[in-house]
Design a protein around this ligand. Structure first.
Ligand SMILES: *Cc1c(COP(=O)(O)O)cnc(C)c1O
Length: 357
């Protein structure tokens, strides 16, 4: 048995769409893709009249090197959001198969499953233990129709991490039973090692990374899936033929230069220092009822009255994320770590609120 046996049979047997750009390479009189021979107005040498390379080798190789995997284990897409969608469509038969998630967590896993009409089983994080993963309950919730098990680490919106040893244990327990998807969107902010190091031993593991957060490239929509080569091939069949806009690829190559990467690490260091400083400062405010340790670029806080806090800060132009409707997060707001002056404004606003309550 291989991990592909878990995939939908019709996807496994699908002949992927073969685009003009895939079929031909080389040549300089390009008359095979019905493109316009002239670059568009304002092109600036980008050749945007041409369809883009579906998986540009330079970008794929750079990303593979950063994450410590091979190019064959690397797929680039339109944000990691795209991979959540592709995984759901490749593995879950409508009305038959399902996913397992551990709320409170990132909302897209359940949204993609519901679009596909796949079942969603919820195994809540342990609210009494800093929202850590309930591994025993998670494994018990997996049935013969479970296809995807999602673990987000650091978790959005609570900020907690799952250790590599635990991930390895779950991947082993799920072998031949389900695909374990580790969402590491905030991996750069955490000191925990990436699950990418487990890929060689576990063909049922997918690691999701993104350039949206630490690399500051949310606007370009570049996400990465790391998995066994056969699973990468499977996802490519479901993927659009030209998923990556050339302008986004160029932007991604710029943030992956060695100079840009050291600047990224420096800024991640600044954000982590700000996060740890704010954790202490927020915890000292009477209006803050609870605050969870975070290994990401945000903090999750419980207030006496989250609605009031949210509205008061909004009136001052400060926009936070209200996560009060997430299971287990009544009266909670998520605060992204901003620049030092922005964080100072949040702290001052919350401090003033304390005097009113
Ligand atoms: C922000 C976020 C993503 C989405 O990343 P994109 O690459 O921008 O699509 C994925 N997972 C989690 C947990 C996130 O918070």
């Amino acid at each position: 048995m291989t991990v592909l046996d878990l995939a939908r049979a019709e996807i496994r047997n699908l002949a992927a769409y073969s685009s003009a750009r895939m079929e031909a390479s080389g040549g300089n009189v390009l008359l095979n893709a019905n493109e316009n021979p002239w670059p568009p107005h304002g092109d600036d040498g980008q050749h945007l009249n041409r369809y883009p390379d579906p998986q540009p080798a330079e970008l794929v190789e750079k990303l593979a090197a950063i994450y410590g995997v091979t190019a064959a284990q690397t797929l680039v897409g339109r944000g990691s959001d795209e991979f959540i969608d592709l995984l759901t469509r490749a593995f879950c038969r409508a009305r038959k198969d399902g996913i397992v998630i551990s709320p409170p967590t990132f909302g897209m896993y359940a949204v993609c499953a519901r679009i596909q009409n796949a079942r969603v089983r919820e195994v809540p994080l342990r609210a009494d233990r800093d929202f850590s993963l309930d591994i025993d309950a998670l494994l018990k919730a997996v049935t013969t129709t479970t296809r995807l098990v999602y673990v987000c680490t650091p978790n959005n919106p609570t900020g907690g991490v799952v250790g590599l040893k635990e991930i390895e244990y779950v991947a082993t327990a799920l072998k031949d039973r389900a695909v374990l998807v580790i969402d590491e969107a905030y991996g750069e902010f955490s000191s925990e090692a990436s699950a990418a190091s487990l890929l060689a031993q576990h063909d049922n593991l997918v690691v999701l990374r993104t350039l949206s957060k630490a690399f500051a490239l949310a606007g370009a929509r570049i996400g990465v899936a790391l998995a066994a080569p056969e699973l990468i091939d499977l996802l490519r069949r479901v993927m659009a033929p030209y998923p990556l806009p050339a302008v986004s690829v160029n932007a991604a190559l710029k943030v992956l230069s060695s100079e840009a990467i050291s600047e990224m690490h420096q800024r991640v260091g600044l954000l982590c220092a700000e996060r740890d400083r704010l954790l202490v400062a927020f915890a000292a405010l009477p209006v803050v009822k609870k605050i969870w340790p975070s290994a990401a670029n945000f903090l999750c806080l419980r207030f006496a009255d989250a609605q009031l806090t949210y509205r008061t800060l909004l009136a001052q132009g400060i926009v936070l994320r209200n996560v009060s409707h997430y299971p287990g997060l009544t009266d909670c707001l998520r605060i992204s770590i901003g620049r030092s002056l922005e964080n100072q404004r949040v702290l001052a606003a919350l401090g003033a609120l304390t005097e009113v309550v």
